[in-house]
Design a protein around this ligand. Structure first.
Ligand SMILES: [Zn+2]
Length: 289
């Protein structure tokens, strides 16, 4: 077995010294306040190093995306920017180089590795409780793979952020990619959930064969149809929503002194988070496909 640190935080593992294709990447902690992903990468790397796990074909890439933000325990590093909003690389045209923070340099470094991948998984956690759900970029076989990794819901279309997030960049490159929200940051099981999902992904893509079956679950597919941004500081939810809570028509999503937002058809609450700045997203609404 061959293991090599290709770049800081990027480990590649293969049974063969010539690093054969397919390249399958698993990425964690794009956001530094979401330690479950990096913990899963570390645990899998240790299993390889101890010989408890062996690569079966191709090359596995284990990526700790944002070690700087992880060390600070923040979503992005001080003076930097959200690493999962830079994948359109617009800043290279609009922001002078002296103003770049850690993440601007890091996204260019990761682009070199990630652009070469054949399949990709990205692990996140959320502020409020949510069942594990995936967001697919719709390329090739990714939806079928997603159904085997152990998520409850699969978001098949989410256009709002499409070109700024890693899965959007990989879509342009034609690389099947899946982002998974594993649960809430402070769920005591979150590290195990992230590890289980990452292992299932490696199994179903065939790059490891540890004799275990993937534990695919019943997965409901949904579309995100509405993005609600925080209209004012007074805005509050009608109830403390959790992820994929079902909202009946007429349900008060939230209100401030002049606005009330109610749903007009059955839908799910996705990533509810009141604690954002005015103009940022407080909740997304999804419907069954
Ligand atoms: Zn995240």
């Amino acid at each position: 077995m061959y293991i090599e640190e290709l770049k800081p935080g990027v480990l590649r593992v293969s049974a063969s010294a010539d690093w054969p294709k397919p390249y399958v990447g698993v990425c964690g902690s794009m956001h530094g306040n979401e330690p479950c992903g990096a913990a899963a990468m570390q645990r899998i790397a240790s299993s390889f190093k101890e010989g408890a796990l062996e690569p079966a074909k191709g090359t596995v890439f284990l990526i700790h995306a944002n070690p700087e933000a992880s060390s600070q325990g923040r979503r992005h590093s001080r003076g930097g920017d959200d690493l999962n909003r830079l994948w359109d690389f617009e800043f290279t045209e609009t922001l002078r180089r002296e103003a770049w923070g850690y993440e601007h340099h890091r996204v260019l470094e990761l682009k070199e590795v990630l652009g070469e991948l054949d399949l990709f998984l990205d692990l996140h956690s959320a502020r409020t409780p949510t069942p594990p759900f995936g967001i697919s970029n719709g390329e090739a076989s990714i939806d079928d793979i997603a159904k085997e990794v152990g998520i409850s819901f699969l978001v098949q279309s989410w256009y709002g952020l499409a070109d700024k997030v890693i899965t959007g960049f990989l879509k342009l490159a034609g690389v099947p990619a899946l982002s998974v929200e594993c649960g809430s940051h402070d769920d005591p099981e979150i590290a195990d959930t992230a590890h289980r999902i990452a292992m299932n992904f490696l199994r179903v893509t065939g790059v490891i064969d540890d004799g275990n079956e993937t534990n695919g679950t019943e997965v409901r597919t949904v579309h995100v149809v509405e993005t609600i941004t925080k209209p004012s500081d007074e805005f509050g939810f009608g109830a403390p929503w959790t992820g994929f809570q079902e909202l009946e028509p007429g349900t008060l999503v939230g209100r401030d002194r002049v606005t009330e937002i109610r749903v007009s058809r059955p839908c799910y609450a996705v990533l509810p988070n009141e604690d954002v700045e005015i103009g940022e997203d407080v909740i997304y609404l999804a419907v069954d496909t």
